[in-house]
Design a protein around this ligand. Structure first.
Ligand SMILES: [Zn+2]
Ligand SMILES: [Zn+2]
Length: 258
């Protein structure tokens, strides 16, 4: 090992140690409490997780009007052929205070642990509605490296991990965390108000990873993201992935924010 590498690994070890100590102190000073009932032990307890409603039906992701099975495109929007996504499954409702609080904690207060119950909620909703063709590969919507360093984790990847292990008991669905690469650093979509600017903000932000060309070809892909606003992000991802010839591209989000 070169001297500079040795030095780097020492610095890394130092930061890991600092993190362990600071986590320990934080746990003592600020015990983990449920965001709803304040009971100690989890960021959202099992009982309060149950208060988050599971969508009992899905709509076409383009017109958002026609009720379709699992969020497939309706006949009309399918004919238009403008959507690279064939299905968008929405787990719950962002208007639910506990859900929006949980998502906020995860994204802006860096509570990565909350991704697990939210992933479980996603699986429960998918199984409840049934008929959800099991994906061959799961691809989380990537963050730009800069944001990843800042947050320390990609929330979509954490959600994807729970979905991948729990959707089919005993089977681990493959996750390609680098199936897509985010090359541009953009403003969060939530901070942009109108549809056109959102589309412009995210346009050509992603590239599909040519390393996985063979792996993705003819496979059923499931994209995972936390929130969907206009759908521009997922559409951009799907548009890029389509270049690698998958069989189909579906997506799942915790909620859709209009
Ligand atoms: Zn609770
Ligand atoms: Zn439609």
């Amino acid at each position: 090992m070169g001297k500079s590498k040795q030095k780097l690994s020492k610095i890394n070890k130092f930061f890991v140690l600092v993190r362990i100590i600071s986590d320990f102190i934080t746990d003592i000073l600020f015990p983990i409490k449920c965001l709803r009932c304040k009971k100690e032990g989890a960021f959202i307890c099992k009982k309060c997780l149950k208060t988050i409603p599971k969508n009992s039906f899905q709509v076409c992701p383009v017109c958002e009007k026609a009720i379709t099975l699992n969020g497939d495109l309706c006949v009309y929007c399918k004919k238009l052929g403008s959507s690279p996504l064939t299905r968008l499954f929405v787990v719950s409702d962002y208007k639910n205070k506990n859900l929006s609080k949980a998502i906020h904690l995860m994204k802006y207060s860096f509570v990565s642990e909350i991704a697990t119950p939210l992933g479980e909620l996603s699986v429960e909703t998918m199984t409840k509605l049934g008929n959800f063709a099991t994906p061959d590969i799961i691809i989380p919507v990537p963050l730009h490296n800069k944001r990843l360093r800042y947050r320390g984790f990609n929330q979509s990847e954490l959600l994807a991990k729970t979905i991948a292990t729990k959707l089919l008991p005993g089977i681990n669905i493959k996750i390609l965390a680098n199936g897509l690469i985010r090359k541009e650093y953009t403003k969060p979509q939530m901070k942009i108000k109108d549809y056109k600017s959102r589309q412009k903000n995210i346009k050509n932000c992603f590239i599909s990873n040519p390393l996985f060309e063979k792996e993705i070809a003819q496979k059923r892909i499931l994209l995972v993201d936390d929130i969907c606003t206009t759908g521009s992000t997922l559409n951009e991802c799907a548009k890029e992935l389509r270049k690698l010839n998958p069989k189909s591209i579906s997506a799942i989000v915790l909620a859709r924010q209009s």
